[in-house]
Design a protein around this ligand. Sequence first.
Ligand SMILES: Cc1ncc(COP(=O)(O)O)c(C=O)c1O
Length: 361
Amino acid sequence: MSLAFPLHRNESPLPDGDRETILAAPGFGQYFTDHMTSASWTAEAGWHDGKVTALAPITLHPAAAVLHYAQEIFEGLKAFRHADGSIWLFRPDLNARRFAHSARRLALPVLDEEAFIASVEALLRADESWVPSHDSGMSLYLRPFMYGAEAFLGVRPAAQVSYHVIASPAASYFSGGGSGVTLWVSSTYTRAAEGGTGRAKCGGNYAASLAAQVEAHENGCHQVLYLSEPGRGYLEESGTMNLFLVTDERELITPGLGTILDGVTRASVLELAAEHDLKAVERQVGIDELRERCASGSICEMFAAGTAAVITPILGIKGEGFEQVVGGGEPGGSTLAIRDHIVGIQRGRLADSHRWLRRVV
Ligand SMILES: Cc1ncc(COP(=O)(O)O)c(C=O)c1O
């Protein structure tokens, strides 16, 4: 039998008025709901003790493996309220599968797909009042994560592991980047290498990305555009999003999988391409090709795709000694149409013809 997550209700939830004040302007990742999901794993007992309880701090031994060796993975997915009040998840099965992939890469125990989805749904049912209204343009962001909790010093997989899900009401991800972003092509840092952890969603990848993000901000850019080699080679992805290029011949090009994250939004965009008269192409794109074709206009749109910001137009790229406007510095028509299509499905305004939504409430 799969792991169950019984609810032990928070006896002191945030008062309704305070919650409504937060939901009026939640920002991103700043406020958290009344509950959290938890489960434990040990080598002897496997997964056990699933539950939903009041949100509370976690106690860790100072020697907990995660604090020293970064044995940690996470996921991010959103719940949407529709006009009839119902609440839906967008493709949680893909997050469950990616979480299992990340677990294997980090030598953490796999939580099966059924238990992963049950853990998210249990929290969502407990905190359904935190899902913003259908017309707010907002959602409830869910963050499952797992880490080595065993107390020991030494490099080996932890024999004691903890799993949680927390939730945070979410407005727009990029402050000030609403109509589009510029990306910094780092000549100093890469994100991942063959055989490394690029395709896993592990905290260590993001820790290693922070210096590059600081560099991007210092150069007036919103995010980093990672290449396969510092300043050279092939496009990989952005800090928290996959990359797409639209050509004047109606090709929709995205870097193939390998060292990048297998994004849920990326997969969805690829599946929608034909409906937007675009031919989906997964292939390597060199930074020189990108610069030349943006300059000539044969790459006429560029966008980034990810759960947090959905589809974000990329209006320019910048690096050591160059600056290149993309698409005349305006969001492209296909970019906006694909964004409207995905958001329309997520919010129940367009038919879910691909069966991507899963009703929870
Ligand atoms: C490095 C990276 N690439 C791509 C993505 C986009 O993935 P998804 O569409 O599943 O959110 C994310 C966000 O999860 C990310 O952190």
